[in-house]
Write a protein that binds this ligand. Sequence first.
Ligand SMILES: Cc1cc2nc3c(=O)[nH]c(=O)nc-3n(C[C@H](O)[C@H](O)[C@H](O)COP(=O)(O)O)c2cc1C
Length: 130
Amino acid sequence: MSTIIIYASSNGNTKAVAEYIASKTGGKAVDVAAAASEDLNSYDTIVIGGRVWAGKLPKDLVEFVGKNKSVIDSKKSAFYVCCMYNEEKGQKQCDKLASEMGIAKHTFFNKGKKLVQNDTSSIDAFIASL
Ligand SMILES: Cc1cc2nc3c(=O)[nH]c(=O)nc-3n(C[C@H](O)[C@H](O)[C@H](O)COP(=O)(O)O)c2cc1C
């Protein structure tokens, strides 16, 4: 099983989570800016991760998913966001963004860098669901 995690991060939280998922799955974490040169067909699982600003995902990530939707849909796929909202508000925001991206399996993480350093249980649960 091979996994690629394509992420868009501004301050490193989404990137840290992507790199952690890569380390645990033996996969590869790739910034969306470098993802165009990847052959998505060569992976079994595609994870998309984005940071949230003003309720939105980075435009380049949305465009990447739009362009590659058919191959993403043909694989096991999952989506996560790194954000500051939590509980119900975080879930609602994440549900909305996942629905816009058209990826069913989704979750959100607060303070991704801290989670990777101190408590990976929520990320581990996401990995186990892939
Ligand atoms: C300008 C700005 C706008 C933000 N807007 C939101 C938001 O609408 N919803 C939210 O949950 N978090 C928001 N956040 C928090 C970020 O999503 C959060 O810090 C996230 O971990 C950033 O990921 P990154 O470190 O990968 O860039 C905002 C942060 C900034 C700096």
